[in-house]
Write a protein of this length. Structure first.
Length: 305
């Protein structure tokens, strides 16, 4: 018995060879950070980057978000080539920004433009957390301001997708000024009678949550999105109380009246269409209704023939 015990071969973990590693393409699989399930990246993207197992909403890039939102061929981008300066000569800021431009294909942490959602035109801004964690610097604030001005000029609704770590520390007070700048622009839009729909995604924090993101005529959010100003630990240390487990989640904010609705990504386009149709001019709403009913009418006509 002792001889058998010592004669057993030891099992060692095998290390994949470099050739074996190369046979598995990078990015083929994605692991869900919430339920830890592993899925094909292509399948995940087909499901709008929402986990089939637990419903976790993975982050979307700005252009992927546009693809899920706008009618094909209708999106026109604004102010694509504006690039931030380095007003404080902050160490490594230029180099890090250049690296983000290379990695993301974006010049800044936001994409703005206009397009149609099921036939209803709107101006939109979409933040991208891959660029400096979606932080709001002078260019982000300026692009939001210009987009709002276009919405006023063309009498269009303004839709904003927030995804940000807050104000951009490398620009100091210049970034903080964008809170007032964007809020003032939205006040002008409201005075003009325009509609502002704010959609908060994961995460929406800091100066962004404390300014334009919370000023929507209608405030929506994606499920389980982190939304808040200061971090949980800082708040607990300040008030010397333990916070609820779901504190600063979209569901918590909905329960306490800060949001109008938490909307799953698969239902977001339909929800926005409903909102835009309710607020659209009567003539435009009738035209879109006729366009939607036209195929059904033609089909009935063919059956009669």
């Amino acid at each position: 018995m002792l001889r058998d015990l010592f004669s057993k071969k030891k099992k060692y973990a095998t290390i994949p060879s470099e050739q074996a590693k190369q046979e598995v393409p990078e990015g083929l699989m994605t692991k869900c950070p919430q339920c830890k399930s592993i899925m094909y990246t292509k399948e995940l993207k087909k499901n709008l980057s929402v986990c089939d197992s637990c419903g976790f909403h993975h982050r979307l890039t700005a252009y992927d978000r546009m693809d899920t939102l706008f009618d094909e061929g209708t999106f026109i981008e604004f102010d694509q080539n504006i690039i931030a300066k380095d007003p404080l000569n902050f160490p490594s800021y230029k180099q890090k920004s250049e690296k983000d431009r290379e990695n993301t294909g974006l010049n800044e942490a936001i994409v703005t433009g206009k397009g149609k959602i099921d036939g209803y035109p709107a101006v939109v801004g979409v933040m991208d957390a891959r660029f400096r964690m979606g932080s709001m610097g002078s260019v982000v604030g300026e692009k939001i301001n210009r987009a709002i001005e276009r919405a006023i000029e063309e009498d269009l609704p303004f839709i904003m997708f927030a995804a940000s770590g807050g104000a951009r520390m490398q620009e100091g007070v210049f970034s903080l000024m964008q809170m007032a700048k964007t809020s003032t622009a939205l006040h002008k839009l409201r005075d003009h009678g325009g509609l502002f729909v704010s959609i908060m995604t994961h995460p929406t924090t800091g100066g962004v949550s404390a300014s334009f993101a919370s000023l929507g005529d209608i405030n929506l959010a994606e499920p389980k999105a982190l939304i808040g100003f200061a971090g949980r630990r800082i708040i607990e240390q300040t008030i010397r109380q333990e916070l609820p487990e779901d504190f600063q989640t979209a569901e918590f904010l909905l329960k306490h009246g800060q949001l109008d609705k938490v909307v799953e990504r698969k239902n977001l386009k339909a929800t926005l269409k409903t909102i835009l149709s309710i607020h659209a001019p009567a003539e435009e709403s009738e035209m879109n209704q006729e366009a939607a009913e036209e195929p059904a009418f033609k089909a009935e006509e063919q059956e009669v023939k």
